[in-house]
Design a protein around this ligand. Sequence first.
Ligand code: ADP
Ligand code: MG
Length: 446
Amino acid sequence: MLNQEQISHSFSQFIGLLKVEMETEEIEAWVDHLELLSAAPDRISLGGLNSFFCNYIKSHHQKALHKMAREAFEPLGMVEDFQLLIEPANKVYGFRPEEPTVQSVVSDGLNPNYTFRNFVNGSNSDIAYAAGMAVGENLAENKYNPLFLCGDVGLGKTHLLQAIGLAAKEKDRSIKVRWASSKEYINEVIEGIRFQKIAGVREKYRTVDLLLIDDIQFLENKDSTQEEFFQLFNELIQAGKQIVLTSDRYPREIKNLEERLINRFNSGMVAKIHPPDFETRVAIIRAKTAKREFDLSEEIVNYLAGAIKSNVRDIEGILTHIEASRTLLGQEINIDAVKRVLREVMNLETNPKNVDNIIKRVAQRFEVKVGDIKSDKRTQEISKPRQIAMYLVREATDLSFPAIAEHFGGKNHTTVIQAYKKTKEWLEKDPEIRQTVLAILREINA
Ligand code: ADP
Ligand code: MG
């Protein structure tokens, strides 16, 4: 067993050596994002930001990295032909930018970039957009109360929700806005009840003019929080305060949500955001590239708009990668480079065959039957590979959780969300399972 302290010391040394060698641009682009996955005398395993960067590092710096690793990890007694592996770190296999983080937002939970101005409106979102504007700009009128925005992941619900808050504040600085993800709210309520601090939580949410709760679907199955939220909701509405909620589904589709809450959610205005059509995707790409100050030819814009259909977050991800490859490789961006980036970063195959392929490979590795994975059996030997398979499908395709659930014998999509989370935690804790999952992922992407 190697000493943990020694290992982390060696790793910092390694990073130090790298920083001496690399240009600032490279340091920011990928050195700062390297993490140590495991270290042994015969193998050092590093995690990189995503597959694009890992491939880039391997093809450009493999030798130098190997040399520095030998030097830095010398005290571990590296064997002559030790291996240096660089894999996408478990967090990001494909591209999935973080949700707005606490650091990037101001104190009321609003990210200043999420304005109406920065939102490209199309026929897919115009009802939600118009209703959001109406609410944000005329807060006191309670035009639609509550306003309930729903739509699939990555379509701009969080963006619009925050835009409403920003617009309201722009009109009147003194307005008190509170944005919270429902997970945050649920945690506060649960903690509040447990540690007898619920009065403080109530105070915090009751004393606002505009309450924005993101991803309210997570209230499902949370009985005590539903009760608490019901009270809060009624109080605010009665006091003429505005509430805006988002969800990945219509209120009625949220399982185990009390009828009275469903009724309340439906009592104002429910607006659904649909995936953007081709023209809107083109407009979004143009808006995003203009902001980043890089030009893409019409051919490339059209190609991208045709390739990335369902999710604006993925569009942003791909643009980040194109930009990075331009900066790092100093390459002109031509259509072939774009196609390559697209292939490397994302597996855009969303056809059912592909999902079945993933399930098949997981089944093979864990020596269970495909039919069992799709079944309702709950034994450990089957539920673990099932969870891993769900996780991999989520990572390797751009299918939504409900769509994935369909492929697993029509389970509830919350089962898939749970499986995804559990596997993610598991990967962080268990290097062995991480290796297995990485190996399957490699096969899938081969
Ligand atoms: P959701 O909350 O629905 O999952 P987000 O609001 O987090 O989606 O959107 C994901 C990313 O895509 C954000 O960075 C957001 O700014 C951007 N985005 C989504 N829709 C649009 C749009 N119509 N115009 C511009 N940016 C968008
Ligand atoms: Mg969101």
